[in-house]
Design a protein around this ligand. Structure first.
Ligand code: ARG
Length: 471
């Protein structure tokens, strides 16, 4: 502690120093301060103060002149912050007290009236909600940009055949467009969750003051309206202690990153020379310092990796709030860094994907060749036999024997002759080869949610309409 013991000499230097007879320990000052990270919400803090001061003047707690001075002072401070000229001080603990102290420095004693009828407890809750609302809107726009690119690519690749997998084993042929639309469904649910979270973020805790409300004749509906919130929150104790909205946002982010990690994993597999389904342009890749031949899919790998930190932030916030008694506790100051990082990571990863998806180049011949391997039309042969009157279980057995025979011959089902196929069932006729082709197999899955190219095109049209309706 040696280098920290040199505490600020004068306790009265603190905005709350009145009842203190000893200065704060310098280490404690640094340990309890949040200004190094919460200055990120400086503009939201000023926005909240502007609305609060306007409301105070409207209800007569501040005179018109006092309000004008405070308003002008806050706007000047916003300019200082934007220009990088604001004198941030750890001694002033957090963004709220830094700005308030600076206001008094600039406009004199009237600055001390700004904090009438509020507390840092409702102030910080207001700031976080305003900040998060802004991030949600940026993230929503980037999510939409990614989905637009995805649906466009899906439409272009509606006829491109690739193997569909279960257990990462070739299962049945699908279209690449259909696969991309599966990603899009995950992201559509993420968008819904984000917008649902936004509703609970967008309520105003301002006026809850420290915990019990205030004895001034404040108008909470007015500050809510000025700040673009849907309504004031209901209960003052809950207002200053609720961080559900931050947890919900982290849950959204964790699920979004989980989805992006799954898509990333597929891109990593598909760009490997073993699969070789996709070309990822060089600008999204890096090389190896030792192996000259390497082109590594760093961007998808990093998105996959970043899922870990976002999952961690969700657990951090859940744990932060667990067992916290009402109302505000200093613990809550720990909400910011995880929340900021979850939002930053979600936004960056979406940007990476939105840039990358339109640039993906499918290697159609390789996809088609891979789909033709692994007896991926075996189910189609079974369905064919069922249409000829064979019970499904018997059909399953017949096809199993045919596959086993084909493996011995080193051939695919479609490469066996009619005579060879007929050894296993006399229900098999010359028309069997139509169902054994990959094109026939995908075209046959012609219903809502199926992989047939016509269904993929219809699904793309529906997806485009629903994305456009977001406004
Ligand atoms: N920096 C604090 C936070 O982030 C602001 C609220 C402080 N309130 C208090 N009563 N100490 O939570």
């Amino acid at each position: 502690m040696s280098k920290d013991t040199n505490a600020s000499a004068n306790p009265a230097a603190k905005l709350w120093g009145g009842r203190f007879s000893e200065a704060t320990d310098a280490f404690v000052e640094r340990f309890t301060a949040s200004v190094n990270f919460d200055q990120r919400m400086a503009m939201e803090d000023i926005q909240g103060s502007l609305a609060h001061a306007q409301m105070l003047s409207e209800v007569g707690v501040l005179t018109a002149d006092e309000y004008q001075q405070i308003d002008g002072g806050l706007r000047a401070i916003a300019g200082e912050i934007e220009a990088g000229e604001f004198p941030w001080s750890v001694q002033l603990e957090d963004v709220h007290m830094n700005i308030e102290a600076r206001l008094t420095e600039r406009i004199g004693a009237t600055g001390k009236k700004l904090h009438t009828g509020r507390s840092r407890n409702d102030q910080v809750a207001t700031d976080i909600r305003l900040w998060l609302r802004g991030r949600i809107d940026l993230i929503g726009a980037e999510l939409t940009r990614l989905q637009e690119g995805l649906v466009e690519l899906a439409e272009r690749e509606a006829d491109t055949i690739m193997p569909g997998f279960t257990h990462l084993q070739s299962a049945q042929p699908v279209t690449f467009g259909h696969h991309l639309l599966a990603w899009n469904e995950m992201l559509s649910r993420d968008y819904e969750r984000l917008m649902d979270c936004r509703k609970r973020v967008n309520r105003s805790p301002l006026g809850a003051a420290a915990l019990a409300g205030t004895s001034y004749p404040i108008d909470r509906a007015r500050t809510a309206e000025l700040l673009g919130f849907d309504a004031p929150t209901e209960n003052s104790l809950d207002s200053v202690s609720d961080r559900d909205f931050a947890i919900e946002f982290c849950a959204f982010s964790a699920l979004l990153l989980t989805h992006l990690s799954r898509a990333s994993e597929e891109l990593v597999l598909w760009t490997s020379s073993q699969f070789d389904f996709i070309d990822l342009p060089d600008r999204f890749c890096t090389g190896s310092s030792i192996m000259p031949q390497k082109k590594n899919p760093d961007v998808p790998e990093l998105v996959r990796g970043k899922t870990g930190r976002v999952n961690g932030h969700l657990v951090a916030l859940l744990t932060l709030m667990k067992s916290q008694p009402l109302a505000y506790n200093k613990d809550n100051q720990e909400d910011k860094e995880p929340l900021y990082d979850a939002a930053d990571t979600a936004l960056d990863c979406l940007r990476a994907f939105a840039d990358m998806v339109p640039a993906l180049k499918p290697k159609k011949a390789n996809m088609l060749a891979a789909a033709a391997q692994g007896f991926s039309t075996a189910t189609d042969l079974a369905d064919y036999l069922v249409r000829k009157g064979v019970a499904f279980r018997d059909a399953h057995e017949i096809v199993g024997q045919s596959v086993s025979f084909a493996i011995e011959q080193g051939a695919d089902l479609a490469e066996l002759s009619l005579e060879q196929l007929q050894q296993f069932s006399d229900a098999i006729g010359g028309d069997v080869f139509e169902v054994l082709t990959l094109e026939g197999s995908v075209a046959a899955r012609d219903h809502i949610g199926g992989t047939a190219p016509s269904q993929v095109r219809a699904a793309c049209a529906r997806a485009k309409r629903s994305i456009a309706a977001r406004g």
